[in-house]
Design a protein around this ligand. Sequence first.
Ligand SMILES: Cc1cc2nc3c(=O)[nH]c(=O)nc-3n(C[C@H](O)[C@H](O)[C@H](O)COP(=O)(O)OP(=O)(O)OC[C@H]3O[C@@H](n4cnc5c(N)ncnc54)[C@H](O)[C@@H]3O)c2cc1C
Length: 266
Amino acid sequence: VKRLRRFDFYEPTSVREAVALLTAEGGGARVLSGGTDLLVDMKLGKARPSSVVNLKGIEGLDRIDRVDGGTRIGSLVRIRDVESSPIVQEKHHALWQACRVLGPRPVRNLATIGGNLGRASPASDTAPPLIVHGAVVLVEGPEGSRALPVEQFHRAPGSTHLASCEIITAVFLPDPAAGTGTAYRKLGKRGGGWDIALVGVAAGIVLNAGGEVTDVRIALGSVGRRRANCAAGRRPMKRWARRRRLPPRRSLRSATCAPARPTGRR
Ligand SMILES: Cc1cc2nc3c(=O)[nH]c(=O)nc-3n(C[C@H](O)[C@H](O)[C@H](O)COP(=O)(O)OP(=O)(O)OC[C@H]3O[C@@H](n4cnc5c(N)ncnc54)[C@H](O)[C@@H]3O)c2cc1C
């Protein structure tokens, strides 16, 4: 562990102030949320910001709200709070499952959803389910707000399409269509779910009233430089579902949540 380089520390109380600080500081500033990634990187000398802008004093970024057509999760909402949310459990099940296996509990008590996306790790546990849920990242910058689909948000490992003066303020998840079931499974080295994913798979399936599959979504983590949204997997899965005679809608959730087990092979 290296000695920390000197840096300026700012605690804005509004999004506008945070954006103004980042703009004034140029590319040398870094945003701080839970700190579970940034502080580790700074201690290891991998990140050497000239200034750190702590978002935790900004009110309203730590809320989960029901809004028109979906759920808005503020960027400062901790993974533990996503995991404890009945709304997320009911409406956005794959994300809820992902948050339950993201790192050990002390990490989930600090880590935020905005930080997990901002980190842009290919092994992020929240990105694949967010892609399957059709979520968009809400961003604020000097020019105002913009929204980016999660699947277009990451550029490469550790890099996003955010400008250095922009911050993530929230993630919006549209309500699922009737008959939707979603799930997330991850395999890690130890198989317990708490370690970094060797592979993470989020899947969503939509059935119509007659039990026919009308849509399938699959997104993978840890398999490449960015999250893979497996459009190619949809057609074979629809064919498979037609042959298999899927259970009626009400049992879909348990059917899609059968436990995944590591094979022991790498
Ligand atoms: C022991 C351990 C185990 C872990 N296990 C897992 C795991 O199993 N799965 C997993 O996915 N992750 C895991 N992580 C990684 C980490 O906990 C997550 O990536 C976490 O969600 C990051 O959130 P944070 O609030 O701590 O981000 P921070 O550390 O504060 O920030 C992370 C990055 O995002 C940027 N950032 C933060 N907030 C914003 C914002 N609002 N707008 C723009 N940029 C922002 C920061 O500048 C920084 O570059 C683990 C970490 C540790 C230490």
